[in-house]
Design a protein around this ligand. Structure first.
Ligand code: HEM
Length: 363
C-alpha cells in the first residue's frame, strides 16, 4: 500500500527526486555547529505560534467589551485553553529570544558578508515582523498591562514633527487607545503580518538554498578570498548531507525549545503574567509602573533618556537602518570577529549598553 502511494506520488511530483535534492544530496559544511540550527528553531517557534494562535482564535472575541472575558474563559473554561494560551504567550517570548540569538550568532560568525547581504536584509525584516507580532498581540487580551503598554508605545511617534501625530492616530484609530485600536491591532496580528512573514521567510530560505550555507565556525577565517563577480554556489562537496546530519541537530534544538517552553509553563506559569495582566483594561486608571515588553525596553529607555524626543527617534531610525543594511556598510574582507578588535569592541559595548538600558527601563 505504502509503495503504491509512493509510486503514485513519484509519477506526479517526483517525490524521490525532491527528497534527494533537498535532504540527502543537499550538503552542509563540515564544521557545522549547533548555532546553525537556531534558524530552524525559529521556524519551529513560528509553527507553534500559528497552531496555538488558530486554537485561540476559535474562542477569542476581538471587541473591547468581550476581549478580556473571552481570554479569561479560554484560561478557565475551554478544555486545554490555558495550555494553548500559555504556549502562545511563552512561545512569543521564546521566539523573539531565538530570532535574536540566531541574528547575533550570524553576526559573530560574519555569515552576513557577501554574497549573503540580502539574506541578512530579509532576516532583518523577519525580526521587525516578529516584533510586530509581539507588539500587536500584546494588546489583544485587553488587560491593564496591555492597554497601558500600548498607550506608551503608540505615543512614541508623536515626538516626530509633521507626520508623528498622524502616525500615532493611524495606529490607534483616534487620539487614544480604544476598541478601534484593538480591532486594528487584531487585523495586523492575524491578517497583515502573517502573509508578510510568509513572503520574507520564503525569500530568506530561497536565498540560503541558492547560495548554500556558509562554512565559518567561530574563530576561523573564511576560505573564500576570490572576488565575487559571478554566481557561485557553496556546495560543500566534502561536507555532510543535510539529512541526517544538520537535521538531527535541528531536531535536538527544537526539542530543547520545547523543554524550555514547558519548564516555564509548568514551573513559572505567571512569569509572563504580572498582576496588571490579570486586570481588565481601564482607560481612567493609570497603573503606577507602565512599561513596554522586555524586547522594547532598551529603545524605550533610550528615548526616555534623550531630552530631545525628535533627536531620540531620529537616532533610533538611523540605528535601525544601520542594522538592516549592515552587510553593505561592513565591507571588510575578514569574517572572523576575533581578528577585528574594533568591531569586537563596538559589539561588546552595544551588548552591555542594551543590557543596562533594559535593566534601567524595568525599574
Ligand atoms: C523569523 C525569523 C527567522 C527565521 C525563521 C530564520 C531562518 C533561518 C534558517 C532556517 C537559516 C538556515 C540555517 C541557519 O543558519 O540557522 C537561516 C540562515 C540565515 N539567517 Fe535567518 N531566520 C530568521 C531571522 C533572521 C535574522 C533576524 C537575521 C539577521 C538580521 C537572519 C540572517 C540569516 C543569515 C545571514 C543566514 C545565512 C547563514 C549562513 O549562510 O550560514 N535571519 N535563517
Amino acid at each position: 500500500m505504502v509503495k503504491r502511494i509512493r509510486d503514485w506520488l513519484e509519477v506526479r511530483i517526483g517525490l524521490d527526486e525532491l527528497i534527494r535534492q533537498n535532504l540527502t544530496e543537499y550538503r552542509v559544511p563540515k564544521h557545522i555547529n549547533l548555532f546553525h540550527a537556531l534558524g530552524a528553531v525559529a521556524v519551529v517557534g513560528y509553527v507553534i505560534q500559528v497552531i496555538t494562535g488558530i486554537c485561540l482564535l476559535i474562542y477569542y472575541i476581538p471587541h473591547a467589551d468581550h476581549a478580556f472575558r473571552s481570554v479569561q474563559d479560554i484560561m478557565t473554561k475551554v478544555p486545554y485553553g490555558w495550555l494553548f494560551r500559555q504556549m502562545h504567550v511563552v512561545g512569543s517570548n521564546l521566539l523573539i529570544t531565538a530570532v535574536l540569538l540566531h541574528m547575533v550568532t550570524i553576526f559573530l560568525m560574519g555569515n552576513y558578508k557577501r554574497p549573503r547581504e540580502l539574506t541578512w536584509v530579509s532576516g532583518g525584516m523577519l525580526l521587525i515582523i516578529t516584533l510586530g507580532f509581539g507588539l500587536s498581540g500584546y494588546l489583544l487580551p485587553w488587560t491593564q498591562l496591555s492597554y497601558w503598554a500600548t498607550t506608551v508605545v503608540t505615543s512614541i511617534p508623536t515626538a516626530f514633527p509633521v507626520v508623528g501625530d498622524f502616525f500615532t492616530r493611524l495606529l490607534r484609530g483616534g487620539n487614544y487607545v480604544t476598541g478601534i485600536t484593538l480591532t486594528r491591532f487584531f487585523a495586523v496580528h492575524v491578517s497583515i503580518l502573517p502573509p508578510l512573514f510568509v513572503l520574507f521567510i520564503a525569500l530568506h530560505i530561497a536565498l540560503i538554498r541558492r547560495i548554500g550555507l556558509s562554512a565559518t565556525p567561530f574563530g576561523k577565517s573564511d576560505e573564500e578570498k576570490r572576488p565575487l563577480t559571478e554566481y557561485r554556489k557553496k556546495t560543500h562537496p566534502h561536507g555532510h548531507p543535510y539529512y541526517p546530519y544538520l537535521f538531527q541537530r535541528q531536531v535536538l534544538m527544537g526539542i530543547m525549545y520545547f523543554i524550555v517552553m514547558f519548564a516555564i509553563v509548568t514551573f513559572a506559569p505567571t512569569f509572563f503574567f504580572p498582576e496588571e495582566a490579570t486586570v481588565p483594561a481601564d482607560a481612567f486608571q493609570t497603573p503606577e509602573n507602565i512599561r513596554p515588553e522586555w524586547y522594547l525596553l532598551a529603545p524605550y529607555q533610550m528615548l526616555k533618556l534623550i531630552p530631545n524626543k525628535f533627536l531620540g527617534i531620529l537616532m533610533q531610525i538611523i540605528l535601525l537602518a544601520v542594522f538592516i543594511f549592515w552587510p553593505f556598510l561592513d565591507t571588510h574582507k575578514e569574517k572572523n570577529i576575533l581578528k577585528r578588535p574594533i568591531l569586537r569592541g563596538v559589539f561588546i559595548v552595544i551588548m552591555i549598553s542594551l543590557v543596562i538600558l533594559m535593566w534601567w527601563g524595568r525599574r
